[in-house]
Design a protein around this ligand. Structure first.
Ligand SMILES: Cc1ncc(COP(=O)(O)O)c(C=O)c1O
Length: 366
């Protein structure tokens, strides 16, 4: 028996997703007791109090299967977003929805257009379903070049992924560029707007993808409870999709794809928009402190619309290791001369700044 003939050949070039280092791994590796995990763009403190209560309350009910259609959560999301219940689909993280979209639309040989560097799951979804990857580099300033993405579209293009704000660079494209893109994108192309960091954005030029959703044009908007809502560990993301696409996804998703605690916690979290606004503000303040440290130390960075900052370094491996050695876990991207650093609590920021000061003094620069 040959495994090669058993396993789909499209999977051969793929590599499993590599998550950022966990705090426990760093404690073991470097012996540092107090570790700051700033590698996965999580919110640095736990869920809102109502979500914690909801998780506690659900604990004694988990002998039952969850609501397979996430009906109550979808109702609440639909009201919160001002869209129809049927257009909302909830997933085991928005990551699951990215894969499900691939599963229902991509045929081998289709083309998938995305930018780079951007979220690593887009090329994975293309590979998974035997689609061809068409990569459009980010323009100078690490921003999306939507005109170049339009130029990359052919008759074979099935999906375009737009990450706004972009992970890992934290940049956004603006309203005018998006409107121009939507006016020109042909209607055989599904536009997937991934807004995982939507709630962190404060720039008035940021185009809310949902404002362009009319249920008819092939446009999907994805968001998540993993970031500002601090529910990454429970895996809840959602999308707003045209009805035929939502119905197709219901056919192929797992019957109980979102767990009971996740549904309950997400439901409760939506009521605390005051805390969401406070978090957005605190994130802005901490970013400003980080920028002032980077400015002082001569570290080049890209202004971010998210809870992470992309900064340049000629020695990404050395700087990554030096940060680890001081208990700060950043995210590296192979040979790319830059690292991504999550924004933490005020205490985290103070400790991070101290680590950068020590590293610059040791290495003479970054
Ligand atoms: C741009 C982007 N999209 C989607 C996700 C997936 O988030 P989740 O599956 O936790 O909802 C992430 C997670 O880091 C992300 O950065």
């Amino acid at each position: 028996m040959s495994w090669d003939s058993l396993i789909r050949p499209e999977l051969e070039p793929m590599r499993p997703y590599q998550p950022g280092l966990r705090a426990s791994q760093v404690r073991e590796r470097s012996g540092v007791e107090h570790v700051l995990k700033l590698s996965s763009n999580e919110y640095p403190v736990g869920p809102v109090p109502a979500a914690v209560r909801a998780i506690r309350e659900i604990a004694t009910h988990v002998n039952r299967y969850p609501d397979g259609g996430s009906e109550a959560l979808r109702d609440k999301l639909a009201a919160h977003l001002g869209v129809d219940h049927e257009t909302v689909v909830v997933g085991n993280g928005s990551n699951e929805l990215l894969r499900l979209i691939g599963q229902v639309v991509l045929r081998p040989g289709d083309e998938v257009v995305y930018s780079w560097p951007s979220f690593v799951v887009y090329p994975m979804v293309a590979d998974m379903f035997g689609a061809k990857k068409v990569v459009v580099p980010l323009a100078p300033g690490q921003v999306y070049d939507l005109d170049a993405m339009l130029d990359a579209i052919t008759d074979a293009t099935r999906v375009v992924f737009l990450c706004n704000p972009n992970n890992p660079t934290g940049t956004i494209y603006g309203r005018e560029a998006f409107a121009r893109f939507l006016a020109k994108v042909p209607d055989h192309v599904l536009v997937v707007v991934d807004e995982a960091y939507f709630e962190f954005v404060t720039d008035p030029d940021y185009p809310d993808g949902l404002a362009s959703f009319d249920g008819k044009r092939p446009l999907v908007v994805l968001r998540t409870f993993s970031k500002i809502y601090s529910l990454a560990g429970l895996r809840v993301g959602y999308g707003v999709l045209p009805l035929p696409l939502a119905e197709a996804i219901h056919k192929v998703r797992e019957p109980f794809n979102v767990n009971m605690a996740g549904q309950a916690a997400a439901f409760a979290s939506l009521d605390d928009q005051i805390e969401v606004a406070r978090r957005r503000e605190e994130n802005q303040e901490q970013k400003t402190y980080l920028y002032s440290c980077f400015d002082r130390l001569g570290i080049r960075y890209v202004e971010s619309h998210t809870n992470f900052v992309w900064f340049e370094t000629e020695w990404p491996v050395e700087v990554f290791e030096a940060l680890l050695h001081r208990g700060v876990i950043a995210r590296d991207f192979g040979n790319t001369p830059a690292l991504r650093l999550g924004v933490g609590t005020p205490d985290d920021t103070r400790a991070t700044i101290a680590a950068f000061e020590a590293i610059v003094s040791d290495l003479g620069g970054i």
